[in-house]
Design a protein around this ligand. Structure first.
Ligand code: NDP
Length: 303
């Protein structure tokens, strides 16, 4: 079974629409999202454009702030403090990565936890760790959504998460634990990584290495969630991963997206899997929208 992230995204978006309207009805203003984009990273610009476009479709007001790339950490902190105080802004998103001269940790810490729609603030991570309701990080929360909406049981299953980043791996492990899976977290120092991965009923790869998870990592019948988004530009690598038949398409485009799991091995061995593209990627933005609406509902007393 292919776990279709686009279908799930559309379901979540459709659920968000009446909730955004209810916020408007209650407060005479739409839910508001401020996006801070520093610098001209092309991928970040695409992500921000997609986020604001999706927000517009749902009826969320967005404001993109693009300060001069040379802005200091202190000046960016001041900008965030102003957004924290603005009543019509429910969510604040700082698009990562920030330029090297900015202290990203300080910036993320400055976002008011109730407006932290990315769910990265230590306060929200603490709520997650202690099993309390709060803003959940979008990508791992999206993974839980797609599993549940496709009736994939989580409770009692062995889940293996490869990757322990604050953005994906760690919160993913905690959310699976919250759903009563038995969770193992792997990283670059894990011994016998393929062997540990083969114990998984649910295998989540969040590594950032193209097609690293191959057949020897996947127990036949396992559910595989591929969080990775990697762009490859080497034709040799493209042939190794996608086969020679794909070369003409690859050469026309000049690059190709690939996840952290080998697509052919995943399709052959998994009982259900998220493709790349079209799997986890679309869910991240949908969950950001849901978090923004939830923030608005909480801040306006609707829930
Ligand atoms: P990070 O680089 O922050 O973390 C990568 C993790 O993978 C680390 O914990 C690292 O281990 C582990 N790792 C790296 N190499 C190996 C290895 N050889 N064996 C085992 N573990 C390894 O990445 P992110 O978590 O931010 O992102 C992971 C992937 O997910 C990327 O491809 C990214 O593009 C994608 N992503 C996709 C999103 C979406 O919307 N679909 C959103 C966010 C990310 P260690 O800690 O030991 O270094």
């Amino acid at each position: 079974m292919i776990l279709d992230g686009i279908r799930t995204r559309d379901q979540i978006k459709a659920e968000c629409l009446p909730r955004a309207q209810a916020v408007y009805k209650h407060t005479r203003r739409p839910p508001g999202l401020a996006v801070i984009l520093v610098g001209s990273n092309p991928a970040s610009q695409v992500y921000v454009r997609n986020k604001t476009k999706t927000a517009g479709e749902i009826g969320i007001y967005t404001e993109t702030l693009s300060p001069d790339p040379s802005i200091s950490t202190d000046d960016l902190l001041r900008l965030i403090r102003i957004l924290n105080l603005r009543s019509e802004i429910d969510g604040i998103l700082v698009q990562l990565p920030l330029p090297d001269h900015i202290d990203a940790q300080k910036i993320l810490l400055a976002v008011a936890p109730e407006k932290d729609v990315d769910g990265f603030h230590p306060y929200n991570m603490g709520l997650l760790t202690t099993g309390r309701a709060g803003m959940r990080p979008c990508t791992p929360a999206g993974v839980i959504e797609i599993l549940k909406r496709n009736d994939i049981p989580i409770a009692g299953r062995n889940a293996v998460v490869v990757g322990r980043s604050t953005i994906v791996g760690k919160p993913m492990a905690l959310l699976l634990l919250e759903e009563n899976a038995t969770v193992t977290v792997c990283h670059s120092k894990t011994a016998d990584l393929p062997g540990v991965c083969r114990t998984a009923d649910i295998l989540v790869a969040a590594i950032g290495r193209p097609a690293m998870v191959t057949a020897d990592f996947i127990r036949p019948g396992a559910v595989v969630v591929d969080v990775g988004i990697n762009s490859i530009t080497d034709p040799q690598q493209a042939v190794e991963i996608f086969g020679a038949d794909n070369l003409a398409t690859f050469e026309k485009r000049g690059s190709q997206l690939v996840g952290d799991v080998h697509p052919g091995d995943m399709a052959r061995l998994a009982s259900a899997y998220t493709p790349v593209p079209g799997g986890v990627g679309p869910l991240t933005i949908a969950m950001l929208m849901r978090n923004t609406i939830e923030a608005a509902e909480r801040r306006t007393g609707l829930c």
